[in-house]
Design a binder for this molecule. Structure first.
Ligand code: SF4
Length: 344
């Protein structure tokens, strides 16, 4: 049965983070880019949520907003980001109530919530050793004892599978391979045992063998430490391997949200179906891979109605091009929601 009610609460008191109707815009000389148009999702404690979609759909901006790291041209124009450090904490804190550089935000960032970026060289400081950079986070948030901080840095490098961790701690980032730099980033992100880890395409720049090792490592650490992960990716294969639940984004909105099984076996939104049709499958050896017609609209323009309608193969004229579909719950027990007139 299909039930329409965006107000039905699919979230629980054990959500680590709950993003509600988040709106972020960028004011540039060329015009206004409405990057997030009301993004809502929740991440339960100890779970991995995949955020997927094409480039420019707002995945990274969502992660940066949670960290309050959106660049100066970006403005948060609505919504809430509720965060619970401890299970059952009531009320949760609204991260957006804190200033970007406030003491509260500096305590949360890097300590309770950490982020791993796609290209480690853009995040690691080339002038400091890997050990120094991990110790800095530990000294800032966990202990003021330098010997203890160094010991913890070496421990965490051991945990992420670094061979000879003491030597790696004394190395500069340029002395490490791409895979080892990414492990060093993961070590830095996990050094303070964060409640939430935001991983923004952490394996995109790696070869497939190293990617498989890093994904194995992250899954192992996640089940050992119990950290919740928001895993941003455009790779549906990585989603299948890593995630418990998936939020599919298009043009700054979550258009479908479901368990990973439902996304792969019972997708409801035409965009999700198109994304799945465009990935290669084992056993399918003939024919061309399907592609999604058209391209993501110009970010400076506003598409009336459903933002996917210019590319949607089943768009309904007069409805899809005029009215924005509401979020509809298609399976409350499994938390499956979709934003499409065909499912309302
Ligand atoms: Fe396609 Fe209409 Fe559904 Fe949008 S609302 S995905 S245009 S059918």
């Amino acid at each position: 049965m299909t039930t329409e009610s965006p107000s039905i609460n699919l979230t629980s008191h054990d959500d680590v983070v709950r993003v509600e109707d988040l709106k972020v815009s960028f004011y540039t000389q060329l015009g206004v880019v409405r990057a997030l148009n009301g993004v809502s999702f929740n991440i339960p404690r100890g779970r991995v949520l995949g955020i997927v979609g094409e480039s420019g759909c707002g995945k990274s901006i969502t992660g940066l907003s949670i960290m309050q790291l959106v660049v100066a041209a970006g403005r948060t124009e609505g919504g809430r980001i509720l965060f619970r450090e401890d299970a059952g904490q009531e009320p949760p804190v609204n991260i957006l109530d804190y200033g970007k550089n406030s003491p509260e935000m500096r305590k949360i960032r890097g300590n309770n919530i950490s982020m791993i970026f796609q290209e480690p060289m853009s995040s690691l400081n080339p002038c400091y050793t890997v050990g120094n950079q991990i110790e800095e986070a530990i000294l800032l948030h966990q202990t003021s004892d330098k010997t203890e901080a160094h010991k913890r840095a070496v421990d965490v490098l051991t945990k992420v599978g670094m061979p000879n961790p003491s030597r790696i701690a004394a190395s500069y980032p340029h002395e490490l391979s791409g895979g080892m730099r990414q492990r060093a980033m993961i070590a830095m992100a996990l050094s303070c045992n964060p409640t939430l880890l935001i991983a923004d395409e952490p394996t995109t720049a790696l070869d497939v063998t190293t990617e498989a090792q890093i994904l194995d490592l992250m899954r192992g650490l996640q089940s050992e430490i119990g950290t919740s992960i928001m895993f941003i990716t455009h790779n549906m294969g990585v989603v299948a391997q890593m995630c418990d639940e998936v939020a599919v984004m298009y043009m700054g909105r979550v258009v479908e949200r479901a368990t990973v099984d439902d996304i792969f076996y019972e997708p409801r939104h035409p965009y999700t179906i198109s994304l799945l049709q465009s990935i290669p499958r084992l056993g399918r050896t003939k024919g061309r891979l399907a592609s999604i017609e058209g391209s993501v609209p110009d970010p400076y323009s506003t598409t009336p109605g459903c933002s996917f309608h210019p590319r949607c193969p089943v768009a309904i004229k007069g409805l899809c091009d005029t009215i924005i579909p509401e979020e509809t719950i298609v399976d409350a027990a499994k938390g499956h929601t979709v934003r499409c007139h065909l499912n309302s």
